[in-house]
Design a protein around this ligand. Structure first.
Ligand code: GAL
Length: 417
């Protein structure tokens, strides 16, 4: 026990503590009050974007994806946004300074596409850039923020991805705030997705500006890229919360660069880390195995959990701590109705174990669990999984403490399928 310094009364001590607390909390981000409250993006966005699929930003690709959302049952699982990336406009603004949809890609205009997507019960997104030109050389919004925001609203656009190419040097935050304010000034709730590649520590201020913020450069279609994104961002998990999320970039599931096991881990890590889940493949050609992964309702439910807290790594007793830049096998995070534990066969096949006693904020006890890719259930004082394929992932939803003082860890040996 600490005793008070002899010359300080308890009242003085209380007052000093109060002032110190005020000063400390004043210097910290207060996550809820300072978050952008634009009525949308409370949960990570679920949708599709043409870019990783190598498809053109056109009416045809957008409507094909929208129809696939309906036909493949993706809409029923919550996938909502149909987003078009760089390249939807002509190379120059019109005489009034407006962006112009490329007439070859949008023969009936942009509003027509937006209307068709809305008629299916889905939402529509577009891409722009905070500099003078987009990364592919189309007109950027610098100096045209209010005009562009008004145009987007007139097309009933629901989602705006805002890129960082061809920008002036200096702090990026004011540029992103200018467009935030322009969007807020319209009569439409537009999800604002900062595509700012993780510069200027965007996670520290992104929540007051947008609904999600890219935490790094572009994903590429291979395991090293997937593993690196997940590994590098475990330390900033706490910045994600309802209304504003770390964005790990669009998914590569279905694009052929990952094994089936790696696709499970890619989707699973993005899901438990509360990244937006933006499908990035040609849905008219997706394989059954990739489709099964992106249609896993239980994994999607973890991503969409109302608590909105991202999972991060934890170190089981006896295991080495994470190494910088290397994917770590042990992940956990709180859910509104339990916990999620992820085990990733990052270093090859074999068995991974984790005791609940080592999971932060969960603690020792006997709990029930369900492994979300296989549907296997069990209970015990920890989880254990034997992986037959490297880079595979098992995701355990851990619920209710089992009252009886039973048993040791229940092991299950299988490959999630
Ligand atoms: C990059 C962005 C990608 C994609 C691309 C289009 O800057 O990170 O996601 O939008 O531009 O040119």
């Amino acid at each position: 026990m600490h005793s008070l310094p002899p010359l300080m009364s308890s009242t003085t001590f209380t007052m000093i503590s109060f002032v110190v607390t005020l000063l400390l909390t004043g210097t910290r981000a207060s996550p809820l009050t300072r978050r952008l409250d634009n009525g949308v993006g409370v949960k990570p966005a679920l949708g599709w974007n043409n870019y990783n699929a190598g498809l053109s930003a056109s009416a045809e690709s957008a409507l094909a994806a929208a129809n696939a959302f309906v036909q493949l049952g993706l809409q029923d699982l919550g996938y909502t946004y149909i987003n078009l990336d760089d390249g939807w406009s002509t190379m120059a603004r019109d005489a009034d300074g407006n962006l112009v949809p490329d007439p070859n890609k949008f023969p009936n205009g942009m509003k027509n596409v937006s209307d068709q997507i809305h008629a299916l019960g889905l939402k529509f997104g577009l891409y722009g850039d905070s500099g003078t030109a987009t990364c592919a050389g189309f007109p950027g919004s610098q100096g045209y923020e209010a005009q562009d925001a008004t145009l987007l609203a007139s097309w009933d656009v629901d989602y705006w991805k805002y890129d960082n190419c061809n920008t002036p040097s200096g702090d990026s935050q004011p540029r992103y705030e200018t467009m935030r304010d322009a969007l807020l000034a319209t009569d439409r709730d537009i999800l604002y997705s900062l595509c700012q590649w993780g510069v200027d520590s965007v996670w520290e201020w992104g929540a007051s500006v947008g609904n999600s913020w890219r935490v790094g450069g572009d994903i590429t279609n291979n395991w090293n890229s997937v593993a690196n994104i997940a590994a590098s961002n475990a330390g900033i998990a706490s910045y994600s919360a309802p209304g504003g999320f770390n964005d790990y970039d669009m998914l590569e599931v279905g694009n052929g660069g990952l094994t089936e096991a790696e696709e499970r881990a890619h989707f699973g890590l993005w899901a438990i880390c509360k990244s937006p889940l933006l499908l990035g493949t040609d849905l008219t050609k997706i394989s059954d195995s990739s489709l099964a992964i992106i249609k896993n309702a239980d994994v999607i439910a973890v991503n969409q959990d109302s608590l909105g807290r991202a999972a991060s790594t934890f170190t089981p007793s006896g295991q080495a701590a994470p190494t910088s830049g290397q994917l770590y096998p042990y992940w956990s995070g709180p859910l509104s109705d339990g916990f999620v534990i992820g085990l990733v066969a990052a270093d090859g096949v074999g068995t991974l174990n984790a005791s609940f006693a080592d999971v932060p904020d969960l603690g020792a006890g006997t709990y029930s669990w369900t492994e979300l890719y296989s549907g296997k259930t069990g209970s015990g004082d920890g989880v254990s999984w034997t992986f037959e394929a490297e880079h595979d992932m098992a995701i355990f939803k851990v619920t209710g403490k089992v009252p009886s003082q039973s048993s040791s860890a229940v092991s299950t040996s299988a490959t999630p399928s």
